[in-house]
Design a protein around this ligand. Structure first.
Ligand SMILES: Cc1cc2nc3c(=O)[nH]c(=O)nc-3n(C[C@H](O)[C@H](O)[C@H](O)COP(=O)(O)OP(=O)(O)OC[C@H]3O[C@@H](n4cnc5c(N)ncnc54)[C@H](O)[C@@H]3O)c2cc1C
Length: 450
């Protein structure tokens, strides 16, 4: 095989969904993965995914052994662990924790059944280029110890956070580097508890404090007596590994006393708005390789799956028109970034607010209910905190003891609206891109709340 329509690098959730859609639409699609086939899907993760992503994409709900727990609520705690916010009864919060391996194997099987040619133990080393255009990849076949190349009309980089293609492309549309402060460093374990969970359908999240400074700790149910527990902290200068913080949390959080370790591991997640352009000549980016992760909670499974469906359809159109240039693929930018991507951009502002608010203010905010469950849900939908006049007055009264916090929340709400508007009017062609990117950067520059 020397030439295909589309090469997809990486068989994670984003790569499998994109590959499946490309093949369903009749493209000759090659999916390359460095891991052995039986390990596809295995990944350090919080394992939580909302039902809404399946409803939006038409991908079948997890079922049978893919499901660890059904999730239908969350308790969100401030640093002092009192006055928690109980998030219950919101449809968009319903979902599951999944068995990552079983879920990943199902996505891969669906891709293969749709006609994708899948090759495992292939380590892609970088893109091939012709006339400023990506035209294929070079790779090493790990089973046979052979190095070779293969050409395609489009290369999709779905290789996760390390992004083997994006880092090797010099193109004004492609951002290569991510700031350390836009990365969450995580450590998590799966633990079997001494006693069953009182509410096995409720996730717990603890913001900031000594356990997760400028980040959060999570405890997600994995069955009636097991949990996925982790800490994610913002990266940056002077930040070490989150593991010692995790160890402290585990030894002090009563629910976890005497628990048995099933498995543990660390990982990194991009927690910022997605790449401003998801395409360049001959190439498109998806999933963690395109920074498609919810900046508040680090969830990227759904964000990448949503993109996979769109990208498959745009790939089909572009290849049919024999135009996989930046312009030919631009529709992927427009559809994703002015749709789901704009939620992620607006949530980056909210994340910046949470990182900048100190523990004392956070405790005050929870105690006086300055934000409520509905606000979190609205923010998560990308709607900001839009409240009516009377509601605003009520909150103002409750927050009188801390006007500075109220003002910062209001400023964040204003910037969330501003960035949302910019993303809604994502440029319809590459010509206005630079100007648009500048306007977005200006809003982000303003988003400091200390
Ligand atoms: C600790 C932690 C907790 C998280 N919790 C959640 C959560 O609860 N819910 C949620 O939705 N998300 C969560 N995430 C994020 C989520 O795991 C990712 O956003 C998602 O897995 C990204 O999918 P992907 O397909 O883009 O990349 P990946 O799943 O990373 O897949 C990339 C694939 O590419 C392959 N690959 C890499 N390089 C090469 C190469 N050179 N050649 C060939 N193949 C290659 C890899 O082996 C891998 O299979 C968490 C992440 C971490 C680290």
């Amino acid at each position: 095989m020397k030439q295909v329509d589309v090469i997809i690098v990486g068989a994670g959730s984003a790569g499998c969904v994109a590959a499946r859609r490309c093949a369903e639409l009749g493209l000759k699609t090659l999916l390359l993965e460095k891991k052995p086939r039986e390990l596809v899907g295995k990944k350090v993760c919080g394992d939580e995914i909302s039902k809404s992503h399946f409803d939006a994409t038409g991908i079948e709900y997890p079922k049978g052994p893919e499901i660890s727990s059904v999730i239908s609520g969350a308790d969100v705690y401030p640093p002092n662990l009192t006055n928690e916010l109980r998030v219950r009864g919101w449809n968009e919060f319903d979902g599951w924790t999944v068995d990552r391996l079983a879920f990943g194997q199902r996505l891969l099987a669906e891709a293969i059944n749709s006609g994708v040619i899948f090759k495992d133990q292939i380590h892609v080393s970088g893109p091939l280029s012709k006339n400023d255009c990506v035209s294929g990849v070079s790779y090493k076949d790990l089973k046979n110890d052979i190095t070779d190349t293969i050409r395609s009309k489009l290369v999709i980089d779905a290789s996760g956070f390390a992004s083997v293609i994006r880092h090797k492309i010099d193109n004004p549309f492609v951002e290569k580097r991510i700031n350390k402060s836009d990365i969450a460093l995580c450590y998590r374990e799966i633990l079997e508890l001494r006693i069953p969970l009182a509410e096995p359908e409720v996730a717990r999240v603890i913001l900031g404090g000594e356990y997760a400074p400028q980040g959060y700790a999570w405890v997600f149910p994995k069955g009636s007596q097991s949990v996925n527990v982790g800490i994610g902290i913002t990266g940056g200068s002077g930040r070490g590994s989150p593991k010692p913080l995790y160890e402290k949390f585990k030894s002090e959080y009563a629910l976890l006393y005497g628990s048995k370790l099933i498995e543990g591991g660390g990982g990194a997640v991009p927690v910022r708005r997605p790449l401003p352009s998801l395409v360049a000549n001959g190439v498109a980016f998806i999933g963690d390789a395109a920074w498609m992760v919810n900046p508040i909670h680090g969830g990227g499974l759904g964000a990448g799956m949503r993109a996979g469906i769109i990208l498959g359809e745009i790939a089909k159109e572009a290849i049919a028109k024999r135009d996989t240039s930046t312009s030919g693929l631009w529709g992927y930018n427009v559809r994703y970034l002015s749709g789901f991507g704009r939620r992620l951009a607006s949530l980056e502002i909210f994340k910046r607010l949470l990182v900048d608010v100190n523990d004392e203010d956070m405790n005050f905010g929870f105690e006086h209910r300055i934000l409520e469950a509905g606000d979190l849900m609205a923010a998560n939908r990308g709607e900001g905190f839009s409240m009516g006049f009377l509601e605003k007055m009520k909150r103002l009264k409750r927050g009188l003891g801390n006007m500075s916090l109220l003002r910062r929340i209001q400023r964040a709400a204003r910037l969330m609206k501003k960035i949302d508007k910019l993303y809604q009017s994502y440029p319809l062609s590459p010509h206005r891109f630079e100007q648009w990117r500048k306007s977005v950067d200006e809003v982000i520059q303003e988003a400091h709340f200390k």
